[in-house]
Design a protein around this ligand. Sequence first.
Ligand code: ARG
Length: 464
Amino acid sequence: MARKEKPWGGRFKGGTDREVEAFTASIAFDRRLCRHDIEGSIAHARMLARQGILTAAEEKAIVAGLRGIRKDFERGALVFADADEDVHMAVEKELIRRIGEAGAKLHTGRSRNDQVALDLRLYLREEIGHILEAIEGLKDALENLAGKEIDTVLPGYTHLQRAQPILLAHYLLAYREMLDRDESRFRECRVRVNVMPLGAGALAGTGIPIDRRCTAEILDFPEMTRNSLDAVSDRDFAAEFLFDCALLMMHLSRFCEDLILWSTEEFRFIEISDGFTTGSSLMPQKKNPDVAELVRGKTGRIYGHLVAMLTILKGLPMTYNRDLQEDKEPVFDAVDTVRASLSVFTRMLGQITFLRDRMEKAAAGGFSTATDVAEYLVKAGVPFRDAHGIAGRIVAFCLERGKTLEALTLEEYRAFHEAFREDVHEAVTVRRSVGVRDIPGGTSGKAVRKRLREIGRRHGRTKR
Ligand code: ARG
């Protein structure tokens, strides 16, 4: 029997309009799923053979044929055309061209609708693995850096106004906390990605006696979808993945914002190495933190992908609709962007020199230890509200006279409250201010070292 050019050509008399063919084709981007499509098809063929739906000879021919296609695809020897429409049809067509009749039996008990859901899940579970590794790498880099900068002090800010001195290690470990949460979100997401949809068919399941459990086992899926209608139209896992990417990028973006500020002449807390900065084509003196700026900028692009995905999904009637083909490019670009950002950002961290003296000097300015004056009085029994008021008046006094808290004499302090003793001068130093914040989660050297040790222990148990 002669087969039409299109697998679905049976009910058509006329050919497809060329512009429509180009418009509806996804092969230009979903070719990225080729390896996963073949992996899924091999598992499907094996299951069909076990069920007696394919003969052993047919199974062998299909598996060998698909492996050959995969090899040729990987060495760039396969050329796909718009007329192939998508990767699923392209691979099937090529298989039939290579092995004939047996190839035409591969699609038994399957639809492109459950097939594409499977491919995207196989692809994402693999990519989430790569992203998790990259997050681990960045966490390691932060821990190492925190260990190295354990004595470095800088101003902590609220409202971007100097607030209280903190340890740089404490700052760095704050980002590690965010990454910890990102990691667990991606892991959770992978649980929902890791569900086998084949068997849903186009939407209603299949009358062919396939064994879904067998396919799931071959492909190492711990679970199967439980409703065929949901299986072919669900892209929650992709939206969730994009949200996790968006949040991760937001964290990197915030970090970048600080690094960009810190590398300005106004702050000059850090110097980023030449290899990770670029110059201006006009202004000879410029050295720009482009890597950090681009990570910040690319965050917007990931937000866009998340909104695109949610918008694609919101109006879909049950079940599969071709709109769903638009799910792939946002996911692919998010994967590329997140992986590239994590990689370059992690390497950039190692290329930063922290100008410790500048940081410490800034930490001492701006009356950043005024809280310590108030807490000094509290420890002497003064109610906090009163102590706050007194410390505020002391700051105003210093401002009027152009003095610092360290430079006030004991007499001047005592004019505000008799509880002040000589040790107030020690209490308002940056080092002391950091050191006394010695509670779990605080910025003292002791607390931060403890946290570093905890992290190290956890590594010993769970990592590699
Ligand atoms: N290329 C399609 C997609 O990405 C595959 C499924 C097409 N199914 C269909 N009935 N047209 O969603």
